[in-house]
Design a binder for this molecule. Structure first.
Ligand code: SF4
Length: 323
């Protein structure tokens, strides 16, 4: 049983509980940012286009794209750019996708190499049309990247429609991080993630991956501002910890242009800081919490931080044993 912190801080008491109200129609000032310009940004964009590699950065209209591309980082979205689900928050195109491209793993590895990535994040559209949900293709991409670059690899997977064998297969490739986003609280699941998603299975998937290989770090993320309450959010965090999840990302939901779910509330940067602290105090080893945080945002730093914590702990335990 994970201990939930007692909410005594006045700041915490101010966290959102309201679901009702008109959605805010103006972007608050903290969500307006200067866009970095420069050659590195263009280099990344050209490279992924030339190699015909969709990125979630572009297809999900990530607000960090300029920043990440400028730093020669991108998150590869494998298995095509058409998704078989229609989540209420996601701007990736939906429809009938093409079969997996057998040359894609090679191109992902080439892009990772040319960008000089030391940590490679690979995600995909949801492929309910494939018997294994695309697990084998994930494995090929992980292996190709490793062979060519030696970089650490993070997979950000769909839920594989409840197929345990698919999780077995992906975990078997031993990625350094196994990431699966919970996205929101159970009450909003159907509305946000559609009828095929299941909160319990998302948790089980993380728990199962963690049990299969505890050396792999498990990670999850949520978008906030969709109408979740503070209590509901704390429940999800407790569930994630119980499932063995070590890394967490919390970011503001931003509505893409079009008929997507409205934003119910913009949390302030201060609220994100408080939530981040709260999550750390509950037991997450690494937490990234902020309006612009996305599940792959500065993923490399998150992994390095948790790895160095682990080696510090091992050193300390070694000294204690010797002492
Ligand atoms: S945060 Fe992730 S998805 Fe967004 S631009 Fe950066 S790498 Fe791409």
């Amino acid at each position: 049983m994970i201990e939930r912190p007692v909410n005594e801080s006045p700041e915490l008491l101010e966290l959102p509980v309201a679901v009702a109200g008109e959605p805010p129609d103006r972007l608050p000032r903290w969500l307006k940012r200067n866009v970095p310009k420069g050659g590195a940004n263009r280099f990344t964009a050209r490279l992924v286009h030339r190699l015909h590699l969709p990125t979630v950065c572009e297809h999900a209209r990530c607000p960090n794209r300029m920043e990440c591309y400028s730093q020669r980082t991108a998150t590869f979205m494998i298995l095509g750019d058409v998704c078989t689900r229609s989540c209420g928050f996601c701007s990736v195109a939906r429809g009938r996708p093409r079969p997996p491209d057998p040359d894609e793993p090679r191109r992902v590895a080439e892009a990772a190499d040319r960008l000089g990535l030391r940590h490679v994040v690979i995600t995909s559209v949801t492929r309910d049309d494939l018997p294994d949900g695309g697990a084998e293709h994930f494995v090929r991409c992980v292996e190709a990247v490793r062979r060519r670059t030696g970089a650490s690899v993070e997979v950000l997977t769909p839920d594989f429609a409840g197929r345990v064998e698919s999780v077995d297969r992906v975990v078997g490739a031993a990625p350094d991080v196994f990431n699966h986003n919970t996205e929101t609280v159970p009450r909003l699941y159907r509305k946000v993630r559609g009828p095929k998603a299941d909160y319990r299975w998302s948790l089980e998937l993380l728990r199962y991956a963690h049990k299969l290989n505890p050396a792999i770090k498990t990670k999850s993320g949520l978008m906030l501002g969709l109408g979740e309450t503070h209590e509901e959010l704390l429940d999800v965090l407790a569930d994630l910890l119980e499932a063995g999840c070590e890394l967490l990302t919390l970011g503001q939901y931003l509505r893409p242009p079009g008929r997507y779910m409205p934003v119910v509330r913009y949390l302030t940067p201060g609220e994100f800081d408080v939530l981040g602290e709260l999550a750390r105090s509950m037991g997450f080893k690494q937490v990234a919490s902020g309006p612009f945080v996305r599940s792959s945002y500065r993923a490399s730093s998150q992994l390095s931080a948790v790895s160095s914590q682990r080696s510090e702990r091992t050193k300390y335990e070694g000294l204690r044993t010797k002492g």
